[in-house]
Design a protein around this ligand. Structure first.
Ligand SMILES: [Ca+2]
Ligand SMILES: [Ca+2]
Ligand SMILES: [Ca+2]
Ligand SMILES: [Ca+2]
Length: 562
């Protein structure tokens, strides 16, 4: 199956769909439109800063949304515990859609932790309404309320798997990224974790079992002497009972059941089915690419070497949902709350959501470095955004080939932070087997593995420093010219990422100079010949830069004065 084709079809279907009459009460029909724009306020915390961002919530076919469910961010209040305590304007709108239930997105017990560095998730309510309504229509109606900061459907995403290219399996990727030399610097820390948010992971695989993370809060014995893994108690208070080896956010449900709002969460993130189609092997493929047990005399090597992985299952055990990533953002927040060092997302789809951006902001505030696939449509993400690849604050990875050129299927653009090999990647698969796979899905965990090594070496660095180091230590890709290099910045070199900037004052080192802001007399554009003051804000994240030269040129035919 080609997810790329699916995604294109969905876009076409959605524009056609927008023209159809939707069966909603008459008084709401005028609100139905193609997209909703939401601006999230700028955020500044000690760890990172984010400019104000505008996200367009697009209308798609309802099969791409969670059914009968919506997220509502209140403008100025913490989410109330019950439906009846919602602001009257919100309740009044929801009543037209047969609202049944509402509860805070975060359990009330989590609020103090989140408020420590809040991005506003404590104001988000999830509401359940009549399954006959399109969540987009409900969102559009709610956006009319002065009490609502945003309302958004909850999206279903897809894995970025390409059909298998029948070439010989080989791990050229690791030598290309200079991993053998990198492992001389460090083989990683066993306390560094990579959350694999995916279809489900065969953690019993011979080359994965040894690097499986275990949750220290759900192992050992409780006060009654019972095994915390099986005592039926949420010992670490994260809302998940006995999650000692990750979590399954979906369970075994059919597509029809899921579309009726059914999930069956459990604490076993391995798929339990006799036949497992390739899309459902994806989470075993990505886990192995990042964190297969290395130097154990069997199977494959992985960049992460001895770093641990946390399997988090967001696919069903049932083949009718093969390839769908459900509740992926709930999983991102769960992983961040567990303290995951790296979060790997080899999936995505069209259509942005302010809730998803806020969850990414919150996960970053909790210290997780989020690595995401650029996607396999061969498009420029700067013109055609995909998510999470196009969100602020993620490290977006494209795929390169065995010839060290950008892969034709890889999405590209300035938003892609770096490339990693993503064609002909040898990795683990279900039933103790190995396979060769293609896609940005597999470039991403290779990058996550390198990020885990870097984080092992520099646990005190900020997330922005980690990102800058991974990007600026890249090798240029083949077939990329100076003029289009910003679209294909370079391929990750693990050795340079680890060996350079060990300390910022001596040895192999490079600066990380970034332009973080441009202001013109506090305005946004120069539209007269009057003198203007242009203020550029530049920061250096890495080793000191001895000479920084800035030149201003015009990218259009307009002339630029002195
Ligand atoms: Ca727990
Ligand atoms: Ca327990
Ligand atoms: Ca399960
Ligand atoms: Ca191995």
């Amino acid at each position: 199956m080609l997810p790329a084709m699916n995604l294109r079809l969905v876009i076409l279907a959605s524009s056609a769909f927008a023209a159809l009459a939707i069966a909603t009460p008459n008084q709401w029909e005028w609100r139905i439109r193609g997209s909703i724009s939401v601006t999230l306020d700028a955020i500044a915390t000690a760890a990172f800063e984010r400019p104000a961002v505008t996200i367009r919530i697009e209308r798609f076919s309802p099969e791409w949304y969670e059914p009968g469910k919506i997220a509502i961010a209140l403008r100025s209040r913490t989410a109330p515990a019950t439906l009846s305590s919602l602001p009257v304007s919100v309740l009044s709108i929801l009543s037209h859609f047969g609202v049944r239930q509402a509860k805070p997105y975060l359990p009330p017990t989590d609020v103090p932790m989140v408020q420590a560095r809040s991005v506003g998730l404590e104001r988000v309510v999830i509401a359940w309404f009549d399954l006959g309504f399109d969540p987009f229509d409900v969102a559009a109606a709610l956006m009319e309320s002065p009490d609502v900061a945003y309302a958004t459907p909850l999206y279903i995403r897809r894995v970025f798997l390409q059909p298998n290219d029948p070439q010989l399996g080989q791990q050229y990727a690791l030598s290309r990224m200079q991993l053998p030399a990198a492992w001389d610097v460090t083989t990683g820390s066993t306390s560094v974790t990579i959350a694999i948010i995916d279809s489900g992971t065969d953690y019993e695989h011979e080359d994965l079992a040894g690097n499986l993370w275990t949750n220290p809060g759900e192992t050992g014995t409780d006060a009654q002497g019972r095994d915390k893994r099986t005592n039926g108690i949420d010992d670490d208070g994260n809302g998940k009972i006995d999650d000692w080896r990750g979590w399954d956010f979906v369970g075994n449900v059919t597509r029809a059941e899921y579309m009726n709002g059914t999930v069956r969460e459990d604490n076993d993130p391995k798929i339990r089915a006799t036949t497992i189609p390739v899309e459902m092997q994806h989470g075993t493929n990505t886990a192995g690419a990042a964190a297969a047990v290395t130097n154990n005399g069997r199977g494959i090597a992985s960049p992460g070497f001895q770093c641990r992985y946390i399997p988090i299952k967001c696919g069903s055990d049932d083949a009718s949902l093969a390839g769908s990533v459900l509740r992926g953002y709930d999983a991102i927040l769960y992983a961040a709350r567990l303290g995951a060092t790296i979060i790997n997302c080899s999936w995505g789809g069209p259509g942005g959501s302010p809730l998803e951006q806020q969850i990414i902001d919150q996960a970053r505030a909790l210290g997780s470095f989020i690595v995401v696939a650029s996607g396999n449509d061969g498009v420029n993400l700067d013109r055609q955004p995909y998510y999470p690849a196009s969100y602020h604050g993620v490290f977006t990875v494209g795929a390169s080939t065995a010839g060290d050129a950008p892969a034709s299927f890889s999405n590209y653009g300035a938003v892609v932070a770096a490339y990693a090999p993503g064609a002909g990647i040898r990795t683990t698969t279900v039933n103790n087997a190995y396979t060769t796979v293609d896609g940005t899905s597999f470039a991403t965990p290779l990058a996550s593995g390198v990020a885990a090594l870097l984080r092992s070496l520099h646990p005190d660095w900020s997330l922005d420093q980690v990102a800058a180091q991974l990007r600026y230590s890249c090798d240029p890709l083949n077939g990329v010219s100076q003029s289009n290099r910003p679209l294909y910045y370079g391929r990750i070199n693990a050795y340079r990422a680890l060996a350079a900037n060990r300390i910022f004052t001596s040895g192999m080192r490079f600066p990380g100079v970034q332009l973080v802001g441009v202001t013109v007399d506090r305005a946004t554009a120069i539209n007269s010949t009057d003198p203007h003051t242009l203020q550029l804000e530049i920061r250096n994240l890495l080793a000191p830069a001895s000479t920084v030269r800035l030149t201003i040129t015009s990218s259009s035919n307009a002339t630029l004065g002195q």
